[in-house]
Write a protein that binds this ligand. Structure first.
Ligand code: PEP
Ligand code: CO
Length: 451
């Protein structure tokens, strides 16, 4: 059944397969030039960081940690700005702190950042008032305005995307190295515009408990626990645009393996996980830890073949399955998925994406998600994994560190009518800063029941 064998893999071997969700460029020579230029540029991450992440994910998979993966549905080129990036990093760090304090386990932080620029679409074309144009596929492909010029896929955007990914990760690294993420640093505790008083109080209690624990440890040992309190931060994006991913795929002689060095952890989206498709072919040959989104359409045999083909050596930390069944289907579909994977004899890291199965459209035509559904799907996932003797090792969420109004509910009870106020996403609705922090608190509380 396996027509693919590792020996015949190379970074472009996916090109002989059907590649879903790829843009159609009208100037192949310009595309070749852009891809060749991309392939000459230095990588954004290096292989030892990627290996470090894989080892951490292996520990999470063994139940010794928890994965927090989050960020925008899609980053935009115009929002590659210091304030926005710092806020995004901050909300993820604060959430991880809350999770850490509740779970008493290390939290691995992975942003949907520094390269989350390509989006799968349900249709290749979009028609408005009798005019049909290519769909917007993310800033690395075309622009969202509805004009022929903006919607034309432009190969130069691959380079602009690569540059912005590098700028973003460079800034994140500088912030983390410079002490932004140091548990002793005052900015780290700052709650910005969280105005909901109970949320603020609960967060401050957590922070003080951690600060007290640090003080206690430091007075006991007579040493600053500086090193131990520094955090790591990793990048991830959907590995959708295969020419972009291919151009950043490098052979590392020291490791004797191929790596995608555009990010630490690329994932395969739900629309591109076909067994005979180009994405699965590409992903099987890179050595990064990878994710695969698991949705309702994926039956047991499909899932089993994905697990064995993408991780034939059953290497710990290699494969994260991100289930996104939605609150309605989780009870029906998750147990069967866990059982199917168990029958392969392989181990995976299970992660719950409570966002993508819970998207709905308001009567006003806005895409939204209800906080209670997001929380309920996570609750169900914890319960089902625990009942089946499996470990839910992480969550994957779409969020922003800003005060947007895209998802309803949460402690401040945003309603459909509130969504108009600050709805900014071009794609999927994100949890705002307060909702994201609240979600971390609720997960942290609930996880105590399941540990
Ligand atoms: C996403 O993560 O933004 C996405 C498109 O998810 P999925 O592939 O699960 O639909
Ligand atoms: Co999304």
């Amino acid at each position: 059944m396996r027509s693919t064998d590792t020996n015949s893999w190379h970074p472009a071997s996916w090109q002989s397969r059907k590649a879903a969700q790829q843009p159609v460029y009208d100037d192949p020579a310009a595309l070749d030039r852009a891809v060749a230029e991309l392939a000459r540029l230095p990588p954004i991450v290096v292989s030892w960081e990627v290996e470090n992440l894989r080892e951490r994910l292996a520990a999470v998979q063994r139940g010794e940690g928890f994965l927090l993966q989050g960020g925008d549905c899609a980053e935009s080129f115009t929002e590659c700005e210091s304030d926005r990036i710092a806020k995004q990093l901050k909300v993820l760090l604060q959430m991880s702190l809350v999770l850490l304090s509740g779970m008493k386990r290390p939290v691995v932080r992975i942003g949907r950042m520094a390269g989350q620029y390509a989006k799968p679409r349900s249709a290749d074309l979009e028609t408005r008032d009798g005019v049909t144009l290519p769909a917007y596929r993310g800033d690395i492909v075309n622009r969202s305005e509805f004009t022929a010029e903006a919607r034309r896929p432009d190969p130069q955007l691959l380079l602009r995307g690569y540059e912005r990914a590098a700028l973003t990760l460079n800034f994140v690294r500088a912030l983390v190295d410079g002490g932004f993420a140091d548990l002793h640093h005052p900015e780290y505790w700052d709650l910005g515009f969280v105005r909901h008083a109970p949320l603020r109080e609960a967060y401050e209690r957590t922070v003080h408990a951690i600060a007290d624990a640090l003080d206690f440890f430091e007075s006991l040992s007579g040493q600053k626990v500086h090193e131990a309190t520094r955090v790591d931060f990793f990048a991830s994006h959907e590995g959708l645009h295969l020419l972009y991913e291919q151009a950043q795929t490098r052979f590392i002689p020291r490791q004797n393996r191929w790596y995608n060095l555009s990010t630490h952890m690329p994932w395969i989206g739900m629309r591109t996980a076909q067994l005979d498709g180009a994405h699965v072919e590409y992903f099987r040959g890179i050595s990064n830890p990878i994710g695969v989104k698991i949705g309702a359409a994926m039956d047991g045999p499909w899932l089993q073949e994905l697990v064995t083909r993408l991780n034939p050596q059953n290497q710990p930390g290699r494969l994260t399955l991100i289930h996104r069944f939605g609150v309605k289907d989780t009870e029906r579909l998750l147990p069967a998925a866990i059982e199917a994977v168990r029958r392969t004899g392989h181990t995976v890291l299970w992660c719950c994406d409570p966002m993508h199965g819970n998207t709905e459209t308001t009567t006003g035509g806005l895409k939204t998600r209800r906080f209670e559904n997001i929380l309920r799907e996570i609750d169900l996932a914890f319960t089902i994994h625990a009942q089946m003797g499996s470990y839910l090792g992480g969550v994957h969420v779409e969020l922003t560190g800003e005060d947007v109004t895209e998802c309803t509910g949460g402690a401040r009870g945003l309603t459909d009518a509130d969504l108009q106020r600050a709805y900014r996403s071009q794609v999927d609705p994100r949890l705002n800063y307060e909702q994201a922090l609240e979600l971390a608190m609720l997960i942290s509380e609930r996880s105590k029941r399941h540990s």
